[in-house]
Design a binder for this molecule. Sequence first.
Ligand code: 5GP
Length: 192
Amino acid sequence: MVGNKAKLFVFSGPSGSGKTTIVRDILKQYTEFLFSVSATTRKRRNVEKDGVDYFFISEEDFRKKIDDGEFVEWEKFYDYYYGTLKKIVDDNISKGLITVFEVDVKGAISIKKVYPFATLIFIAPPSIEELKERLIKRNTESDEDFKKRIERAEMELGFKDQFDYVVNNINLDQAKKVAREIIEKEINKEDK
Ligand code: 5GP
C-alpha cells in the first residue's frame, strides 16, 4: 500500500534502454502516481501527446522559463532543450503525492540535489550493441540523431554508480518486475 508521504521516483538511462516502457508499466500499475511532464523543444513524435508525454514548446518559450526560474533542472542535448517544471513537482510534494520522472542521467542527479529524498533508478541496456539494435528497430531517429544517442549512451552508462538502484534490462518482463519491487520497497519504508 502507498503511504501518504511524498516520494519522487526518478528513472533514467540511455535512450533505447527500455526506460519509457518501464515507466509506463509503473504508471499503469500505480494509478495514483503522477508523471512529471517535462517541457521540451524537440518535435512531437506521432505517438506522443502534448501535455501528456511532454509540453512541446518553442525555444523562445523555453528560454523564458529558464530566465524565470521555472525549472528544477534543464539540459540541452541533440540540439533540443528538456526541462523539469518546478511547480508540478512542488505541488505534488505539498499534497503528499508520488511523482515519477523520466529524465537523462544529469537531470536525475540534479533532481536529487534539489530533493535529496528522491530515489534514482537507472535502467541499463544489456550492451551498446543491443542498444543500437533497439534504436534501429524503433526507427524514430535520423542517422545523425542515432549516432548522437549512441555516443550519449556511452557517456550515460558512466553515471550509473551514482544511482540508488540499477535495473539491468536484459529481459523486459524481468526488468519491469524488478522496478516494481524497488517501488514497493521504497513506498513501504517508514522514513527516507
Ligand atoms: P526523448 O527525446 O527520447 O523523449 O528524450 C531524450 C532524453 O531526454 C531522454 O534521456 C529523456 O529521459 C530525457 N529527458 C526527458 N525529459 C527531461 C527533462 O525534463 N530533463 C532532463 N534532464 N532530461 C529529460
